[in-house]
Design a protein around this ligand. Structure first.
Ligand code: SF4
Length: 232
């Protein structure tokens, strides 16, 4: 974790973090207007981000990237949320894919099923700023992020709850009684596609992702690949 992040994660209390997150989204909304879009993964962190964004402005739009391998519970939550918020658009890559590619080429599978639709979403919605639920205490790949990044020139990435602990996410969800994926009640801590997500114990929140592969505890690629390139 970068020095300043480490200090702030520990120094700020829950109320201060929440105000800071709201302020970051509010400033981005004032700057980017409709160019601001929320990336909603349908996980607990996205639930918080979406709720915070709607407090800033009910007009803020978002997108969900789904795949053929998302758990049934996640797809049900997606249907319910899109019905409630029509300003949430769904993107997916439904092209033919090799059988069970996730088992031998998870990077390629994630690239085709997650990165490509994310590029489509960002480009079709003409985003100039996309908002994520990344947190620097989640796992080994997320320790050195900043609240505001610009990996692609012309596309700001905002991580408004970067400094929140996992328990603070659940605290916010409980206080505001936000519906979440029922799979969390079974013990999952980080949710992805069904074949690549397992229940694990221990300190690393993302350790149950891609178990048994080189991607274990890692990233699908939407946060590491460029997004403003031609989609195919
Ligand atoms: S999480 Fe697994 S199933 Fe989903 S796109 Fe990535 S490799 Fe494929």
């Amino acid at each position: 974790m970068s020095g300043s992040n480490t200090e702030l994660v520990e120094a700020l209390h829950f109320g201060e973090k929440m105000e800071r997150s709201l302020q970051l989204i509010d400033e981005a909304w004032r700057t980017h207007g409709d160019g601001l879009v929320i990336a909603d993964s349908l996980g607990k962190d996205s639930a918080v981000i979406w709720h915070l964004a709607k407090r800033v402005s009910p007009k803020i739009r978002g997108f969900i990237v789904t795949t053929r391998y998302k758990p049934r519970e996640t797809k049900q939550l997606m249907r319910e949320k899109v019905a409630q918020f029509p300003e949430l658009r769904v993107f997916s890559n439904d092209s033919e894919q090799p059988e069970a590619r996730y088992s031998y080429d998870p990077d390629g599978c994630c690239f085709d099923l997650k990165v490509l639709p994310t590029r489509q979403a960002v480009q079709q919605m003409e985003a100039t700023c996309w908002v994520t639920g990344l947190r620097c205490t989640e796992g080994r790949t997320r320790t050195d992020l900043d609240e505001t990044e610009e990996r692609d020139i012309g596309l700001v990435k905002l991580n408004p709850i970067l400094l929140w602990y996992e328990y603070e996410v659940w605290k916010y969800i409980a206080i505001h009684q936000i519906p979440v994926n029922p799979l969390y009640a079974e013990g999952y801590r980080s949710l992805g596609c069904a074949p690549c997500t397992a229940i694990v114990a221990g300190g690393d929140e993302r350790a149950g992702r891609w178990i048994g592969t080189s991607k274990c505890g890692g990233e699908c690629g939407i946060h590491t690949k460029p997004l403003l390139v031609t989609t195919t």
